[in-house]
Ligand binder design. Structure first.
Ligand SMILES: C[S@@+](CC[C@H](N)C(=O)[O-])C[C@H]1O[C@@H](n2cnc3c(N)ncnc32)[C@H](O)[C@@H]1O
Ligand SMILES: Nc1nc2[nH]cc(C(=O)O)c2c(=O)[nH]1
Ligand code: SF4
Ligand SMILES: [Mg+2]
Length: 257
């Protein structure tokens, strides 16, 4: 009997195959990047291959929680937001899941514009209208002092995985994309420059500085009050673009916004 016979498949195998772990699904304004302000449905998958100390989606990375939803259930809920024609697939890291490709295919068939928010460590071939890539800088490291959960157990794995120049090059070459760096302070800028130089040497597409976005780190209005002006100044100084975090400014990053 073939090893992968459907007869021997368990219900759990089937459920893994047809579903995605979904942490939340909601309708809001795109808060970040070049489509900031556009009404969009957000599909947030659970699970991530990195552990940024500052992750604003703790329940998809450090402590993943979710329900399994099958693709048609997800599509039906997206369609219930009748005004929306933009969909943002985010996480966690949405591209760790094979099923994200099937979901993007269904959304594309239905005529939705799709943005994928990704950390840029995984390339997949899928109908993506905007790859919103946020490569993680050294300052994202979950060191023992900054680890929100333990004592730095993820630091080595995070460091080894956070930059994959080949995956980044594949993403920027295959899709319309934006590079969106989370900035904690001015010490992050030399690494942004180095990374762009390295990426430009591998990728075929032209990456303009004015297409590179700097985004202030912060998950509350109070935190952004402290960080946004200095990050805006860095964007002006270096010729990069600044992106706000509208959902934090407007709603303080409440669930479902
Ligand atoms: C939660 S992540 C999910 C997608 C993917 N894992 C990634 O990191 O790009 C969504 C976006 O939020 C950004 N982000 C996460 N925590 C943040 C924080 N504390 N301040 C600013 N941006 C943050 C990420 O860099 C990414 O652009
Ligand atoms: N409004 C809003 N815009 C966003 N853009 C990217 C988000 C994300 O968490 O990936 C996000 C989010 O969580 N909310
Ligand atoms: S890569 Fe994205 S989801 Fe994963 S820990 Fe970092 S910010 Fe959170
Ligand atoms: Mg968010």
């Amino acid at each position: 009997m073939p090893v992968n016979s459907t007869a021997s498949e368990t219900a759990a195998d089937r459920s893994e195959r047809d579903t995605l772990p979904i942490n939340e699904l909601f309708y809001s304004l795109q808060g970040e990047g070049e489509l900031a302000g556009v009404p969009s449905v957000f599909i947030r998958t659970s699970g991530c291959n990195l552990r940024c100390w500052f992750c604003d989606s703790y329940h998809t990375s450090w402590e993943p929680t979710h329900g399994q939803m099958d693709l048609e259930e997800i599509i039906a809920e997206v369609q219930s937001y009748e005004k929306a024609n933009h969909v943002v697939l985010t996480g966690g890291e949405p591209l760790i899941h094979d099923r994200s490709v099937d979901l993007l295919q269904r959304l594309d068939e239905l005529g939705y514009h799709t943005t994928v928010e990704t950390n840029g460590t995984i390339y997949r071939d899928a109908p993506i209208d905007l790859a919103s890539i946020s490569p993680k800088l050294a300052s994202s490291a979950p060191t023992a002092e900054k680890d929100p959960k333990g004592d730095g157990e993820w630091a080595d794995r995070h460091e080894k995985r956070r930059i994959d120049t080949d995956a980044l090059a594949e993403l920027v070459d295959a899709y319309s994309s934006q590079l969106k760096f989370v900035i904690t302070d001015s010490d992050d800028l030399p690494e942004v420059k180095r990374l762009l130089k390295q990426l430009r040497s591998v990728a075929s597409t032209t990456i303009l500085d004015s297409d590179v976005l700097l985004m202030p780190e912060g998950t509350t209005r109070e935190a952004l009050d402290e960080s946004r002006n200095s990050v805006a100044e860095l964007a002006i100084e270096h010729g990069y673009r600044y992106t706000p975090r509208l959902h934090v400014d407007l709603w303080n990053d409440a669930p479902g916004t």
